[in-house]
Design a protein around this ligand. Structure first.
Ligand code: HEM
Length: 400
């Protein structure tokens, strides 16, 4: 293949939602491909399921926030001190251990009723709006944001402030792009977190900021690390789930038979959520998460030199027929669904149980509460947040 004709990322969804045919065709051609990234660099894109898992669990690969000197990461949060994807090995484990208990399956289970109550309140607020109403404003944004704010110990009322900063932080920065706005936003978010942590000294509580303060006092983390960890959790704790609610709803609108099936048998909700995560995960394009090999490595017989860019294409792995029957079919009753939407290995998503809970609460009751829920515009009129790593939409106007 000549250098000019290298496949180029991102590969956009069709109608904002369906898998890119280009991605599917490339994926069918083998588990790893030489591609050109939006930054202009060349590198590798891993689209095979087993190969992705192997790379994600191999200590030879540095995480997305630890690029070699020749590259800058896709967002300013990556590389920032304290953010979990900026650390590896023992240092990463030390930091992850501080926050992990708050996101364990057991702790998240205890939040179930609280999340249901928040969703029920938001459903009623949405129902009270005149139609069409923006579901992003009234449900997909506030639900995950209220939950993570409560867990962290910050006021949801601050959301107008921190959501704007978070958007700026989550904007793709392709090497050559200007970074100053993004850097300033990240600094401002850290400053905000520093202030909130200081407040917790006077008024501690059962929240993550108080836990982080204790970790600093016990010498388990520096103050800089704790602030970075806190600001990162606030961003990660809402951006992906907001987008996942929107992509999931769009998916259900496109597949009325599957929606009917879910309404007829609400016990399918667990499987439905897994299928949404597998086939319609967050992310504007079909790309994945970056890794950088420290040494020369071989993936599926291809030699990759140290310090290269290797993008692990999590969304593409969902279409690997070695692991999913009829992978291009959206089937909310799928029995075997070991998708990698939450990644794999030491950096797998710490918020997976929380995200699953939020998604189950939404998809388990929204079509009961709003049986005629539908988009108020043609899907192509929705504005995809193309520059934001997690995707989602500017607005999500609905009728019911
Ligand atoms: C549908 C929702 C979500 C999806 C699809 C998702 C996906 C992911 C993925 C793919 C990674 C791996 C990143 C990498 O290795 O480069 C990750 C990491 C992470 N996620 Fe999530 N996430 C979601 C929700 C959440 C929530 C609710 C939180 C709550 C705090 C969260 C916190 C994190 C953190 C802290 C990491 C870094 C973990 C580490 O490096 O050890 N995520 N997530």
């Amino acid at each position: 293949m000549s250098e000019q004709s290298l496949p180029t990322l991102p590969m956009w969804r069709v109608d904002h939602i369906e898998p890119s045919p280009e991605m599917l065709a490339l994926r069918a051609n083998g588990p790893i491909h030489r591609v050109r990234f939006p930054s202009g660099h060349e590198g590798w894109w891993v689209t095979g399921y087993d190969e992705a898992k192997a790379a994600l669990s191999d200590a030879a690969f540095r995480p997305a926030g630890m690029p070699p000197a020749a590259f800058t990461p896709d967002s300013v949060i990556l590389g920032s001190q304290g953010w979990l994807v900026s650390h590896e090995g023992g240092e990463h484990a030390r930091l992850r251990t501080i926050v992990a208990p708050a996101f364990s399956d057991g702790r998240v289970k205890l939040l179930g009723q609280q999340v249901e109550a928040i969703a029920a309140r938001l459903f009623e607020t949405l129902a009270a709006q005149s139609q069409p109403a923006d579901l992003r404003r009234h449900l997909s944004f506030p639900l995950p944001t209220m939950v993570i704010s409560a867990l962290m110990g910050v006021l949801y009322e601050d959301h107008a402030f921190f959501a704007e900063l978070s958007n700026e932080v989550m904007t793709h920065q392709h090497e050559s792009g200007p970074r100053s706005a993004s850097r300033e936003a990240w600094e401002e978010l850290r400053l905000y977190m520093r202030g909130k942590m200081r407040d917790k000294r006077q008024a501690p509580g059962d929240n993550l900021l108080t836990d982080l303060l204790a970790a600093v006092d016990q010498g388990k983390a520096t103050e800089e690390e704790a602030v970075g960890l806190a600001a990162g959790m606030l961003v990660a704790g809402h951006e992906s789930t907001v987008a996942q609610i929107e992509f999931g709803l769009l998916a259900m609108f496109r597949h009325p038979q599957q929606r009917k099936r879910l309404v007829g048998d609400p016990s399918l909700v667990d499987k439905a959520v897994e299928e949404i995560l597998r086939m319609y995960p967050p992310g504007a394009g079909w790309d994945g998460i970056m890794r950088y090999p420290k040494t020369d490595v071989t993936i599926a017989g291809i030699n990759i030199p140290a310090e290269s860019k290797v993008l692990v294409g999590l969304p593409a792995t969902s279409f690997d027929a070695r692991h999913f029957d009829a992978p291009e079919t959206f089937d909310i009753g799928r029995d075997e669904n070991p998708h990698l939407a939450f990644s794999y290995g030491p950096h797998h998503c710490i918020g997976a149980a929380l995200a699953r809970l939020e998604l189950k609460v939404v998809f388990g009751s929204i079509f009961q509460r709003f049986p005629a829920l539908r988009l108020a515009v043609a899907p192509e009129e929705l504005k995809l947040r193309k520059d934001i790593i997690t995707g989602g939409f500017e607005a999500f106007p609905v009728l019911w």
